[in-house]
Ligand binder design. Structure first.
Ligand code: NAD
Length: 492
């Protein structure tokens, strides 16, 4: 299989616009396609297949047919071995897979390769966890009876993922779900379907049996219909979604009619608290890393920075200095640290937030303009003078814009940090260990970084509280989303 278009070739893609259903590379029933473009220069990369509900039904049927074989006729050890092989293939193909991400998503190649390593780490972790999905033997309250609890795979999982981590957001779910014995129908984001197809191809190479993993790319219009079908179908046992809170709420509502399990990894509005005892260099480094990875298009991005007023000027000076190291450009250029935003809509959103803030009294200290061949890149931007009546204080920015404010006391800092309907990641910088523990415990987020801006690892859990989601990925707990407990009572 080898895909070749005008300006791009990659051995990891199917030849032509094909979905992956039941172990076969197949065109959509309608034969329709949609374009995949490079967000940096707007150029066409290739066309990919545009699946609709008919194709989704075939994918669900394939996943349903494969389920028993994968869950009951394959041992945990066999699943573990296949996942480990998949990890090795992903690791060996890091460069090629990384390039694919950079082409269709725009992030710098070094970050794209790190995303593949991160994805592979989840497959590796769940290769191990596959063999440790233990049940319980429970002492029975009456004689001649055995009581035990087992953990059963939920079944067919509908996976819907975003474009900001085109491979990792699939891998984080797929590793745990496959380890548990589930089978998958993956609907990748319309901006980044190629990475999902390449990921499936590496899985096929690792020995994932036909029908266990299915990928059905679709454009935005077909996506809405496919997602509705997946949520409402009795043949789909759970939905695992990563994306915006707005779409997450819609999928949760649509899933109510079948009472299926729904896991949601949604948006965030990351607060950062910098206390006066903090090491300024550590705080600047951590804040920059959290904010500017993926050009600010990460769910755990530092959006709102609150600095204790006694160190505000020092911290701001450090941050401004660090801005000088950011280079906006084509992700394929090794000098680039900031790729483009995903599309014009993202630029318009940021422009609107900045205009609203400035109108209400905020000051743009650095940046503020869009750049690049199609204007789809955005200068790293630093804003001060932000107040709570501005939209930017409450909205997930999802771009390279950071807001800085001051606080006087720990109590005030926590009140501001928790003043959000989101609760995904929060950060704090302090050398006072008692304060670190105290504030970390009181921060209303699912994830807290203390003196660290880059947190996520396969071994740790990931997920939010409030409107940032339901459920956890990663760690041992990641398996919980894809299993249910069964009680067995035996009379003898
Ligand atoms: P999005 O919600 O627009 O899209 C996510 C997925 O949902 C895509 O596959 C898309 O095709 C699909 N979708 C879009 N509209 C739909 C509809 N009407 N019905 C059904 N499906 C639909 O989000 P996005 O812009 O792709 O991603 C950015 C968002 O994802 C941000 O809010 C970010 O914080 C969040 N995110 C969260 C995590 C996390 O782990 N919590 C990780 C990455 C991204």
């Amino acid at each position: 299989m080898f895909l070749q278009t005008r300006n791009f070739s990659n051995a990891l893609l199917p030849k032509g616009p094909l979905a992956y259903i039941g172990g076969k590379w197949t065109a959509a029933a309608s034969n329709k396609v949609f374009e995949v473009t490079n967000p940096y220069d707007g150029k066409l990369i290739t066309e990919t297949t545009n699946c609709d509900v008919e194709d989704a039904k075939k994918a669900v049927e394939a996943a349903r047919n494969a389920f028993e074989k994968w869950s009951l006729e394959t041992t945990a050890k066999q699943r573990s071995i296949i996942l480990r092989k998949w990890f090795e293939i992903l690791t060996a193909k890091e460069e090629e897979l990384g390039k694919l991400i950079t082409l269709e998503q725009g992030k710098p190649l070094v970050e794209a390769k790190a995303e593949i390593a991160y994805s592979a780490a989840f497959i590796d972790w769940y290769s191990g966890e596959a063999r440790r999905i233990y049940g319980q033997v429970v002492p029975a309250p009456v004689l001649n009876r055995e009581h035990y609890h087992t953990r059963e795979p939920i079944g067919v999982i509908g996976i819907i993922t975003p474009w900001n981590f085109p491979t990792a957001m699939i891998a984080r779910k797929a590793g745990a779900a496959l380890a548990a014995g589930c089978t998958l129908v993956i609907k990748p984001a319309e901006d980044t379907p190629l990475s999902a197809l390449a990921f499936a191809q590496t899985g096929e190479e690792a020995g994932i049996p036909p029908g266990v993993v299915n990928v059905i790319p679709a454009d935005r219009a077909n996506t809405a219909m496919i997602s509705k079908y997946l949520c409402e179908s009795h043949d789909v046992d759970a939905i695992s979604f990563t994306g915006s809170t707005a779409v997450g709420k819609l999928l949760l509502a649509q899933s109510a009619s079948t009472v299926k399990r729904v896991s949601l990894e949604l948006g965030g509005n990351g607060p950062v608290l910098v206390f006066e005892s903090a090491d300024i260099d550590t705080a600047v480094k951590g804040t920059m890393a959290s904010k500017f990875r993926g050009s600010g298009q990460t769910c755990v991005s530092a959006n709102r920075v609150y600095v204790q007023e006694t160190i505000h000027d020092k911290f701001l000076a450090g941050l401004k200095k660090a801005f000088a190291n950011l280079v906006v450009g084509d992700g394929m250029d090794p000098k680039t640290t900031q790729g483009p935003l995903i599309n014009q809509k993202a630029i318009d959103k940021i422009r609107g937030l900045i205009d609203d803030a400035v109108k209400k009294g905020a000051k743009v200290e650095l940046g503020g303009k869009n750049l690049g061949p199609t204007g789809c890149s955005f200068e790293p931007t630093l804003i001060t003078g932000v107040t709570n009546n501005m939209e930017i204080a409450h909205t997930e920015i999802f771009g390279p814009v950071i807001t800085i404010r001051t606080f006087k006391t720990e109590e005030e800092a926590l009140k501001e940090a928790n003043n959000s309907r989101y609760g995904l990641a929060g950060y704090l910088f302090s050398k006072d260990m008692a304060q670190c523990h105290r504030v970390a415990r009181r921060m209303q987020t699912g994830i807290v970084g203390v003196n660290e801006g880059l947190l996520s690892a396969a071994e740790g859990i990931f997920g939010g509280v409030k409107e940032s989601g339901l459920g956890r990925e990663g760690g041992t707990q990641g398996i919980d989303e894809f299993t249910h407990w069964k009680y067995i009572c035996i009379q003898h």
